[in-house]
Write a protein that binds this ligand. Sequence first.
Ligand SMILES: Nc1nc2c(ncn2[C@@H]2O[C@H](COP(=O)(O)OP(=O)(O)OP(=O)(O)O)[C@@H](O)[C@H]2O)c(=O)[nH]1
Ligand SMILES: [Mg+2]
Length: 334
Amino acid sequence: MDLVADVLAGKRLAIARLLTLIENEDPGGLAALDRLFPHTGRAILIGVTGAPGAGKSSLVNQLARYYRNPPDGRQPRSVAVVAVDPSSPFSGGALLGDRVRMRDLAGDPGVFIRSMASRGALGGLARTTAAMIQALDAAGFEVILIETVGAGQAEVDIARLAHTCLVVEAPGMGDDIQAIKAGILEIADVIVINKADRPGADNTERALRTMLEFGPHAPLDKGASSAASAGEARVDSISWTPPIILTVATRADGIHELGKAIEDHIDYLRQSGLWQERERNRLQSELDNLVQHTLVSRWRASLPIESYKTALAGLANRSISPHQALEMLVKRDQ
Ligand SMILES: Nc1nc2c(ncn2[C@@H]2O[C@H](COP(=O)(O)OP(=O)(O)OP(=O)(O)O)[C@@H](O)[C@H]2O)c(=O)[nH]1
Ligand SMILES: [Mg+2]
């Protein structure tokens, strides 16, 4: 049985097996990805992030249904979902909840759902997620929805993998709005206020609008690394301000508007030429991530544990500075 051929043919068992190999960083999985890579680059990648419990899974569920049954007689699109749960194994309940919530999609061959618990040990959540997205892209899924919880570096890294990033808020999350938002708004292409059936949705909307007006606008090239985004000149004649969409995911209210906003953003990327730029930035950050990971692991493997311990001890008793410790370790490596 040829795993690569089976994945390309969209066989679900083969896809599931490949995703497990990738999750375990199995060399066989990486070899399969090498052969699959030329078949990638076709899917639309949508990131969905936001605070715990904001309704991300419910929205992902509704969006999947939307793409399976699009309005206005359009063609249904196949959908894959990757739900990244960066928390501890104790959150097993949350994963189970996701499965239950997405149950009405189960059985549809045009939908593939994968929950991924980062067990921490392997690290590199973004690296593994990127590889999974490639596998699903090669398998022919036209839309890939990536759910991540929180507002940490992992979410920002994963948002860089997406073409369009949705940031999900819910009313009544109070003061943490100020704290989280400034950072997370920078990665937002579309802002969703879910649970609009709850009191306070208009307040949340007002607060977010104010932040959009006065805060930094979502950068046009959010995926760019510092080198690529250097320079102030943003001479694009068209620009993008993240729209704010109100939804009630439990009732599918606002989902058409959300689908339209995503489409508008994709059109904007294509028309402005930013699509290619984002693609390049995506690949660049993936490559940089791999290079860093590989060089650091190689260097660590070549370093006698004793030298490391000596350097650490020197730091602890202040006989050397961190920079001197670095010199010591890197020099002995050369
Ligand atoms: N009232 C109301 N409840 C909602 C809405 N959307 C989701 N919920 C409920 O909110 C709870 C959390 O929804 P999820 O979709 O699991 O939220 P999540 O952001 O994926 O949660 P985590 O993945 O655990 O961070 C569930 O009980 C949902 O039924 C909504 O629009 N209105
Ligand atoms: Mg969820």
